[in-house]
Design a protein around this ligand. Sequence first.
Ligand SMILES: [Zn+2]
Length: 329
Amino acid sequence: MQWINENLYISPINTYIDPYKPVENAIITHGHADHAKPGHKNVLATKETINIMKIRYGENCAENFQELPLNKTLKIDNVKITFYPAGHILGSVQVLAEYKGEKINFTGDYKTKKDKTCENFEPVRCHTLVTEATFGLPVFQHPNEHNEIKKLLRSLQLFPERPHVVGVYALGKAQRIMGLLRQQRYDKEIFIHGALEKLCNYYIKENVFLGKFSKTNLKDKKEYQGEIILAPPSAIKNVWSRKFEDPIICQASGWMSIKQRAKQSLVELPLIISDHADWNELTDYIKLTRAENVYVTHGRDEAIVHWCKMNKINGLALSLSGREDEEDL
Ligand SMILES: [Zn+2]
C-alpha cells in the first residue's frame, strides 16, 4: 500500500479520504460529522453528500465542490476514482481508487442490508479493502429491523395513552425509522424534534418517502398521547422529553443490543436498528471482495484482524482517530 497511507492519504493525487482536519483535497464518503468536516479547499463527493454538508455547515463550508455520480469513473492524473453505494445513509459511498492496476476500496461506513431511504449497497471486487468495523465482534448480530419496528408498534397498542419518544440521530437514522414505520403501514402523522426538520425535508426533496410528519409543538401535552415522536438522543436526556406526559423512552441504535448501554441511557424500549454492518456482514463482504489485504479504519478492529489471519488475508488495524462520534450508530 505504498500509494496510500494509514491516514487514508492517496499520495499520487494529494488527496485524503474523510480527513479529520481541513486539507487541500478531500473525498468525502458521506455526510456524518465524523467523516465530513467543514473547511476543506476542494471536496469531491456525491451530490447528496455535498448538499448535506451545505445544510449542516453552510454553503461555503468548502471552497470548491465537485460532484461525482455513482458508478462513473473520474480520472485524476493516473488515479481512477469510482463511487459505489455504501447503503449507509443517503448519498453514502464506497470509494474505489485504482492506480497502476491495483484497486483499493475504501468502504466508509456501510451496511449490506436493504434500506429504502438510500441507494442499496453494491459489492466491489478489489485487491485491498479498507473497511470500518464499528460492530466488528462476533457478538454483534443485528436482528431483523422490521421485527424491531414491530416492537414499537406493539408497545403503542399496549400503551395507547403514552407518547413514544424515540431517540434517533438526525441524519440517516431518523429517516430510516420513518421509512420502516411506513413499510409496516403506519400511516399516522409522525412528530419530529425541530433538529430533524431540515434533513427530513432534504430526504423528501430527494424523493425518499417518509409520509406525513410535523414538528412538535408542545402547547398541549395531551395532544401526543399514543403518538410517535422522534428526537435526537441528546434531547431525550434533557428536559425536552419531560414535556411529554408519561412518555415511553425508546432508542434506535445498533448499540441497543448491549443491555447495559440501554439501561444507562434510561431507555425503556431499546430498538436494535443499525446503519452499520454487523459481524456477519463485515466478514461476508471481506470474502466477497476477494481482497488480499484488509485494513480496518475504526471500530473493534482486533477481532476482524484476527479473523483475517485465520482466513489467510493480511489484516491491519489503522485505528483512525476522530471516528465514532456516536452520531450515526
Ligand atoms: Zn456514518
